[in-house]
Design a binder for this molecule. Structure first.
Ligand SMILES: Nc1ncnc2c1ncn2[C@@H]1O[C@H](COP(=O)(O)OP(=O)(O)OP(=O)(O)O)[C@@H](O)[C@H]1O
Ligand SMILES: [Mg+2]
Length: 234
C-alpha cells in the first residue's frame, strides 16, 4: 500500500518526516516564538492548494499572514480562496469550532491546521478553570485526531513553548504538553539557531527513529535546506 505524505517542499524536513506530514494523524510542531511553526503551517497550506485541495486553517493568533502567503506562493489568491480561515477569539470559541469542524469537512479538504493549539488555552487557564480547560483541550485533540483518521488527511497543530522565567506558567505548560503529546502521533521540536537557521528534531513518530534531527532555513520564499551547511552551522 502506498504511504501518503504531504511534502513540505524542503528536502531536509521531508527526509526527517519520511516524505512529509503523515495522513490520518496529528503532526505537532512545537517550539519557541520564531522557531518556524507558522511558516510550516502556511507552507503546508500552500502545497495542499497547489495539489488541488482545500484547507481549513484555524488561526488563534493572527498567524495567517497574507503578506507571507504572497512571498511563499506563486498563486497567492488561489491559496487564500481555497483556505477557510477560522479565527476563534477565545478558548470557548476555539472549542466550539473544533467540535463542529466535522460539518465543514468534505472530500475537497486536504489539510486541517490549528495554529496555535495553546495560545487561547493559556489565557483561559486559571486555578478555577484548570480541569475544565484541560478537559476541553483533550476533547479538541480527540476530535482533530478523529477527523484526520476518518478522512485520511494530515492535521497540523502548533504548540508554543514558553521559557518559564517566573515559574508561574510551568505547570500549565507541562499539562498542555502532556495532553498534546498524547494525541499527536508525530511530534517535531523546532529550535532557533543563528539568523534564519532552524533545527528540527523528531521527538515522536510511528515509523521513524525518534531523536533524528535536521536543519532548515527560513527564507523569503519559504523554507529550504542547504545540505552542505547543515552540520557546520548548528
Ligand atoms: N521573508 C522572510 N525571510 C526570512 N525570514 C522570514 C521571512 N518572513 C518571516 N521570516 C522569519 O520567520 C520567523 C518567524 O517564524 P514563524 O512565524 O513561523 O514562527 P513561530 O514559531 O510561528 O512563532 P510564534 O510562536 O511567535 O508564533 C522569524 O524569525 C522571521 O524573521
Ligand atoms: Mg506562529
Amino acid at each position: 500500500m502506498k504511504i501518503e505524505r504531504l511534502s513540505l517542499g524542503c528536502k531536509s524536513l521531508d527526509d526527517l518526516l519520511g516524505g512529509g506530514l503523515e495522513y490520518g494523524v496529528i503532526t505537532n510542531f512545537y517550539g519557541e516564538a520564531g522557531s518556524g511553526k507558522s511558516n510550516l503551517a502556511l507552507i503546508a497550506t500552500k502545497n495542499v492548494v497547489a495539489a488541488g485541495k482545500k484547507v481549513i486553517f484555524i488561526d488563534t493568533e493572527g498567524s495567517y499572514s497574507i503578506e507571507r502567503i504572497n512571498q511563499i506562493s506563486k498563486a497567492p489568491e488561489k491559496v487564500n480562496s481555497n483556505t477557510t480561515l477560522l479565527e476563534p477569539m477565545n478558548f470557548n470559541e476555539q472549542h466550539k469550532m473544533i467540535l463542529e469542524l466535522s460539518k465543514k469537512i468534505s472530500k475537497e479538504i486536504g489539510l486541517v491546521v490549528l495554529d496555535s493549539l495553546v495560545a487561547l488555552y493559556r489565557i483561559a487557564m486559571g486555578p478555577d478553570t484548570f480541569e475544565d480547560t484541560n478537559r476541553k483541550l483533550a476533547a479538541q485533540l480527540l476530535e482533530l485526531s478523529k477527523i484526520a483518521r476518518e478522512n485520511k488527511i494530515p492535521v497540523l497543530v502548533t504548540t508554543q513553548v514558553y521559557s518559564d522565567f517566573n515559574g508561574t506558567t510551568g505547570d500549565v505548560v507541562l499539562v498542555s504538553k502532556d495532553i498534546a503529546k498524547y494525541w499527536s502521533k508525530c511530534l517535531v521540536k523546532l529550535e532557533k539557531g543563528p539568523k534564519n537557521l532552524r533545527k528540527a528534531q523528531l521527538t515522536r513518530h510511528r515509523s521513524r527513529p525518534e531523536g533524528l534531527e535536521t536543519n532548515f532555513f527560513i527564507v523569503e520564499t519559504g523554507v529550504e535546506s542547504r545540505e552542505s551547511e547543515h552540520d557546520r552551522l548548528f
